[in-house]
Design a protein around this ligand. Structure first.
Ligand SMILES: C[S@@+](CC[C@H](N)C(=O)[O-])C[C@H]1O[C@@H](n2cnc3c(N)ncnc32)[C@H](O)[C@@H]1O
Length: 314
């Protein structure tokens, strides 16, 4: 007969089973739920669970047709508990395993959230982890559509230097027409694929200092992360003043002044960001005014310099 210590060692010698046990030490889960948390096929999960069950690492509970598994460390035999604490300490000290574990926990929260019927209980339980669950369940891009719905409907937008057109579908939801303008055919091709089912998006190839738009044809012009590429931004402002309706707005999003000289060589930047005074100067030189300027709180995950959003009008 095999000495049980070798069976226990063998059960914990597989990283997947250790991950599985860590999750089950947190939460009682059905096989399908475990599969979602660990992003593994159910047969794989079942195979590993079978071995853990045989070694009495997990407790089983049947509810109707479903079986739920959990690990109760306190209920393990003394030697198994000691072995588990050694393995756990080793895994917790491993930086790579730490980020994978954080991902497992995020998915675990999502799985548990999906089955908690009472929302008050759900939010009490999640607290500050709701942001992660929201990201897990819905991603982040829908927030743009939420904010776009706040815009007054029926306006004419122009996205100047639209690039691959990430903003065009968002703007299209609130606009009568959205012009996406860029000088690069390769960018416009991607934008065209992205907006192929949006009849109110018009893509036009052209330069920002000679906009392919008639006078007074736009209510809101947007220039996001483009102006620092333009040799003479004042010429773009002049063109915007030509195409903008009298009550129109020009929204500029760009980097605040910074000192990353290397961006000139690595990304062809012509300007190392812009100060409030510089934007005010461009506006007043073509008969417009800087109406507002706001620093955008830096995204903790972002590596680039801070951004600002400026609104220019008459
Ligand atoms: C950094 S990308 C930004 C794209 C988009 N606005 C965004 O926020 O993702 C800059 C875009 O501006 C375009 N661009 C730069 N200078 C331009 C100019 N003078 N006229 C037209 N497009 C220009 C480039 O082709 C590129 O697609």
């Amino acid at each position: 007969m095999t000495n049980p210590v070798f069976e226990r060692l063998s059960a914990l010698a597989e990283p997947f089973r250790v991950r599985l046990l860590r999750v089950l030490a947190r939460e009682e889960l059905a096989v399908g739920e475990i599969a979602r948390v660990l992003q593994s096929p159910q047969p794989t999960v079942s195979r590993h669970l079978k071995q853990l069950d045989a070694g009495e690492w997990v407790l089983r509970r049947r509810v109707g047709t479903a079986t739920y598994y959990r690990m109760v460390v306190e209920a393990l035999p003394e030697e198994a508990r000691q072995l588990w604490s050694v393995v756990l300490a080793g895994v917790e000290a491993d930086a790579d395993a730490a980020s994978a574990w954080a991902e497992d926990l995020r998915r675990l929260d999502g799985v548990v959230a999906a089955r908690v019927a009472d929302s008050a209980e759900l939010f009490r339980r999640l607290g500050g982890r709701w942001d992660d669950v929201r990201h897990e369940l819905f991603g982040d891009t829908f927030v743009l559509a939420t904010v776009a719905a706040l815009l007054p409907p029926g306006q004419r937008f122009a996205d100047l230097g639209c690039g691959t057109g990430a903003l065009l579908p968002v703007l299209a939801g609130a606009a009568s027409v959205v012009y996406g303008i860029d000088r690069e055919a390769a960018m416009l091709e991607v934008a065209a694929q992205r907006t192929s089912d949006l009849p109110n998006v018009e893509l036009r190839q052209g330069q920002l200092d000679a906009l392919p738009l008639p006078p007074v044809s736009v209510d809101v012009a947007l220039c996001q992360l483009v102006l620092h590429h333009v040799e003479e931004p004042g010429r773009v402002f002049r063109e915007v003043a030509r195409v903008l309706a009298p009550s129109g707005r020009f929204v500029v999003v760009d980097m605040v002044e910074h000192e990353r000289e290397e961006y000139r060589d690595t990304m062809g930047h012509r300007h190392l960001g812009f100060s409030l005074d510089a934007v005010r100067g461009f506006a007043s030189a073509c008969g417009m005014r800087l109406l507002s300027w706001r620093a955008i709180p830096a995204d903790p995950a972002a590596l680039g310099p801070s951004l600002f959003v400026a609104v220019v009008g008459r």
